[in-house]
Design a protein around this ligand. Structure first.
Ligand SMILES: [Zn+2]
Length: 109
């Protein structure tokens, strides 16, 4: 169980972009991805979601989504379950849904 902050996703975007697209310099998309990576590295700090989203021209890189209510603009979620990888059981819950879950679990009937 750990907390994940949207700010961390935003700040780590250049590193995640590198890991996703620039690990292999013989990939056909390498040159185009490198141009975007260089532009990401040139952005003023602290990075903003708007700036990095506009640059990568693809949504989802900075979205922090709750798996219960499906809000995708959470500032923080709690990660429950296995470390996320392909085919793992991992859930992200926002504060409201975590509060609701606690209330449900502690309710006396
Ligand atoms: Zn939620």
């Amino acid at each position: 169980m750990k907390l994940i902050y949207r700010k961390t996703l935003i700040d780590s975007l250049p590193e995640r972009w590198f890991d996703t697209y620039l690990r292999r310099d013989d990939a056909p998309y390498y040159a185009r991805a490198k141009v975007k990576y260089d532009a990401l590295m040139a952005l003023p700090r602290p990075l903003s979601a708007e700036a990095v989203d506009a640059l990568v021209a693809r949504t989802g890189w900075t979205d922090l989504k709750c798996d219960e209510c499906l809000r995708d603009d959470c500032e923080v979620v709690v990660e429950l379950g296995e470390e996320p990888e392909h085919d793992t059981r991992t859930v992200w819950l926002c504060l409201d849904c975590t509060t609701n879950a606690l209330a449900l679990m502690t309710a006396t009937g």
